[in-house]
Structure formats: structure tokens, C-alpha cells
Design a protein around this ligand. Structure first.
Ligand code: FO1
Length: 316
């Protein structure tokens, strides 16, 4: 435990975000942390409501995530998917047998009229998680990717096409009509809010959909507490996933500096990998802290979270 005083609001997407959320949970009391999670990757598949980023964060907090694959549950089996294939059903997106339970229960509760915030609370509590895991909003927001081959729905671009088409732009359909979820709105007005952490998630597909929600970016910019991002890029490449390819295709520098440039005045502090420490000068006057950002195990996750919290105490 870090001894950090105050509440932490962390914005996260999938795998990289989930790792730092786990690290923050190791350093803080559960009531000190709100994890606000991207839902623009969500989609309906085989009649089920799939929320990959909420599940990545939930499984990581429960210690049930598959470290190697990056998504889904550990010790998974795939008999459901094999049966779907045998029946000639859609099978380009793989749902594990245990993971399926999450999608079935979530879909059933949403059909009954529960909000995604309520269902997420029920699922996380059932797994013994006391940290508040909140969807960014309760209305559907969907990332659409403009590519050289036309516009693709996010999971078709990401999984079915393995991010191969060249990206031209991202759109977050539904974001303008959505509202930040109640737990996220509540965290923003907490008198004890001490820092907002933007996890090392992909800015284009994990964080920007949140920033596209009405008023959220402006509220973050005007908060009296620091907004600190952790770079998902180390030494010119993404730790995992297509962030480097996206930066290149969008004409931004493929470096931690490119990510800072993308977030612009939103940031009050920036945590980069030790191997990128030489970039700190070019980022001035943005306060920068260089440390190990590779999170191979819980020790690394807790260390990075601790470094981010200590840095936050020294930024404005
Ligand atoms: N990613 C894949 O690359 N292939 C899959 O078949 C796949 C299935 C899947 C099922 C449940 C889930 O929660 C995540 C899953 N993911 C899969 C990961 C997911 O598509 C992406 O990692 C995120 O949407 C990006 O953050």
C-alpha cells in the first residue's frame, strides 16, 4: 500500500489499462479507486452484448485474466466456439466457455432493463472486486474506423482484419448523445479527488471515445487536480497492440512524444519509460517522470502505480 491520500480516477481501455488498474488496486484501498472503462469496443455478437474492455479490467482485478493471450479468462476451454463452428455460425471472434457466462448474464440483465453500470457492479461484486469499475457511459457508443478499404466497425477492423487496413480516421458513433455514467460523474466531483490517471491504453481506440463524451474533456482540463498519462509507447513501439501502427498511419511521431502531442493541453504530467528518458526535454514544460513502464507481473504493476501516485503528489 502506498499511503497515498485521496481518490484516484483512472481512465482505461483494454489490456494495458487493465494492468495499471490492477497495480493501482494493489497500492490503494478499494474505496480510493474508480476505474472508468471504455465501452466503444463493445458490440453484439451471436446475440450477446460483449464488453471486452470492461471484462479485461474486471478479470485483471479478480486475478483471473489470461496473461499470455491478453484477453479473456485463464484456463479457458473453447468447446462452445467449436460447437458454433460445427453448426456453421459466425466464429471469427472467440468466446471461451467460462467467458461466455459473463456475456450471457450481462445480456440477460440488460434485456431485463438493468443499466450497464448496474450490471458491471453486479458482475464485479460477484467476483469479489470492491473497486468501482464503471463503464464510461450507459448508452451505446461505437468506434468506427475509416480505412483505405472503407469504414469498418471496430471489432471487424481489430479482430477480423487484424488491424491490417490503413487507418485514416476514427469516429465514435453515439458519443455526442451519450452521458458520462453516474460513477464517473460522481468521481469527478468528489472533494477528495486527488489525481486522474490516463492508463497506458491506446489513445485512439480506448481513451478518445471517453474524451468524446459531452463535456468530459473540458471537465478534466479544468479539474483542480493533475491529469497524468502513462505512455503506451516505449522506444518507438507499442508495448502491445496497434498503437504504433496507428500513430504512423495518422502522421504522428511514433514515440511517447507523439502520444503527448495527441493529448495536448489535457495533460498536467506524463510518465514515460526509462528508456525514453531523453524525450523529457522535448516535452517541456510538461512535467515528465521516467520509470519502468513494462508490467510483466504484479510487482511491476504495483511499482508503476506507486511511481505514478508519487509523481502526482509533485505535479501542481
Ligand atoms: N481479441 C482477438 O484478437 N480475437 C478474439 O477472438 C477475441 C475475443 C475476445 C473475447 C472476449 C473479450 O473480452 C475480448 C476478446 N478479444 C479478442 C480482445 C478484444 O477484441 C480487444 O482486445 C479489445 O476490444 C481491444 O481493447
Amino acid at each position: 500500500m502506498s499511503g497515498f491520500a485521496g481518490h484516484v480516477l483512472a481512465l482505461a481501455g483494454g489490456v494495458g489499462g487493465a494492468k495499471l488498474i490492477r497495480g493501482l488496486a494493489l497500492q490503494l484501498a478499494p474505496a480510493q479507486l474508480t476505474a472508468a472503462v471504455n465501452t466503444a469496443d463493445d458490440f453484439n455478437y451471436l446475440g450477446l452484448d460483449i464488453c471486452p474492455d470492461l471484462d479485461s479490467v474486471t478479470y485483471a482485478l479478480a486475478g483471473l485474466n489470461d496473461e499470455k493471450r491478453g484477453w479473456g479468462l485463464r484456463d479457458e476451454t473453447w468447446r462452445f466456439m467449436a460447437a458454433v463452428e460445427r453448426l456453421g455460425g459466425e466464429s471469427w471472434f472467440s468466446l471461451g466457455d467460462q467467458d461466455l457466462a459473463t456475456h450471457v448474464l450481462r445480456t440477460a440483465r440488460l434485456r431485463e432493463g438493468a443499466s450497464l453500470t448496474e450490471v458491471t457492479g453486479e458482475l464485479t461484486r460477484a467476483l469479489g472486486i470492491s473497486v468501482c469499475v464503471a463503464p464510461m457511459c450507459d448508452q451505446p457508443v461505437r468506434t468506427l474506423v475509416d480505412t483505405g478499404e472503407g469504414q469498418l466497425a471496430f471489432q471487424h477492423y481489430f479482430v477480423a482484419r487484424r488491424c491490417e487496413p490503413v487507418v485514416q480516421a476514427f469516429h465514435y458513433r453515439g458519443a455526442q448523445a451519450a452521458q458520462v455514467s453516474t460513477p464517473l460523474a460522481d468521481a469527478l466531483v468528489r472533494p477528495d479527488l486527488a489525481v486522474v490517471v490516463i492508463c497506458p491504453s491506446n489513445p485512439f481506440i480506448s481513451i478518445d471515445p471517453m474524451l468524446a463524451l459531452p463535456g468530459l474533456r473540458a471537465r478534466l482540463e479544468h479539474l483542480p487536480v493533475p491529469v497524468i498519462a502513462v505512455s503506451p509507447i516505449v522506444g518507438g513501439d507499442a508495448i502491445k497492440g496497434p498503437a504504433a501502427k496507428m500513430l504512423r498511419e495518422l502522421g504522428l511521431p511514433v514515440s511517447a512524444a507523439g502520444i503527448a502531442q495527441h493529448y495536448g493541453p489535457l495533460l498536467d504530467g506524463y510518465v514515460i519509460d526509462r528508456s525514453d528518458a531523453r524525450l523529457a526535454g522535448s516535452l517541456a514544460p510538461l512535467p515528465v517522470h521516467a520509470t519502468n513502464t513494462l508490467m510483466r507481473n504484479d510487482g511491476d504493476r504495483a511499482d508503476l502505480a506507486g511511481a505514478v501516485l508519487r509523481f502526482a503528489e509533485h505535479v501542481i
